[in-house]
Design a protein around this ligand. Structure first.
Ligand code: PRP
Ligand code: URA
Length: 207
């Protein structure tokens, strides 16, 4: 699928399978989601732009690089929080923004309740984090908000994506790359991903 990178790394797939397992309890779920987020972010940041930078080693001059743009991580509350800490371990200099969205159970409409971003979002490379891409309503609402705030480069990192959600994001934001560990079969009548892993927020926080 154009613009969609499925991260098939064996460690990612091993952890994803354990996350899907209904017997996996919140403590273990949080650990596995963190581990998988670290592995996925490596792939999702592979194409970040760099600029040349020379430094002096104790011996001589060395050519190197630095990231061209600052990075902001934006988890979608709540479930996106499950990936945040692990990603921050790898990109400790990143800023962090938040988007609060809750999908209404009956309409499946994403209802907005919170946002906070660093000033001048256009300066940043934005990594939008949400484990689940189901109807795509939450991802599209989050992207609407980010672009309204002036974001330029945004990449979306999910754990499990439904074809319906991918289509919705690609229809409105064809230039936003999507990284996911799996593209699942379809949504059920209640908007849950099949086979999916259930409600990611509930499984993370035991609610
Ligand atoms: C879940 C998930 C996504 C959204 C995906 O969040 O974390 O944000 O649903 O569904 P969609 O693609 O159909 O919009 P939810 O709204 O359940 O909130 P929570 O993370 O607080 O549980
Ligand atoms: N949100 C989830 O947490 N899981 C789904 O399967 C769909 C939306």
């Amino acid at each position: 699928m154009k613009g969609v990178t499925v991260i098939g790394h064996p460690l990612v797939q091993h952890n994803l399978t354990r996350l899907r397992d209904e017997r996996t309890q919140p403590q273990e779920f949080r650990r596995l989601l963190g581990e998988i987020a670290s592995l996925m972010i490596y792939e999702a940041t592979r194409s970040l732009a760099v600029v040349p930078l020379a430094v002096r080693t104790p011996l001589e001059r060395a050519r190197g690089f630095r990231l061209a743009r600052e990075i902001v991580l934006v988890p979608v509350l709540r479930a996106g929080l499950g990936m945040l800490d692990a990603i921050l371990q790898l990109i400790p200099h990143a800023s962090v923004g938040f988007i609060g969205l809750k999908r209404e159970e009956t309409t499946l409409r994403a209802v907005f309740y919170h946002k906070s971003f660093p000033k001048n979002l256009r300066r940043f490379e934005v990594i939008l984090i949400d484990p689940m891409l189901a109807t795509g309503g939450s991802a599209v609402a989050a992207l609407d908000l980010l672009f309204e705030q002036g974001a330029k480069g945004v990449r979306l990192v999910n754990l499990v994506a439904a074809p319906e959600g991918i289509r919705a994001v690609r229809a409105k934001y064809p230039a936003v790359p999507i990284f996911t560990a799996a593209v699942d079969r379809r949504l059920n009548e209640r908007g849950y991903i099949l086979p999916g892993l259930g409600d990611a927020g509930d499984r993370l926080f035991g609610t």
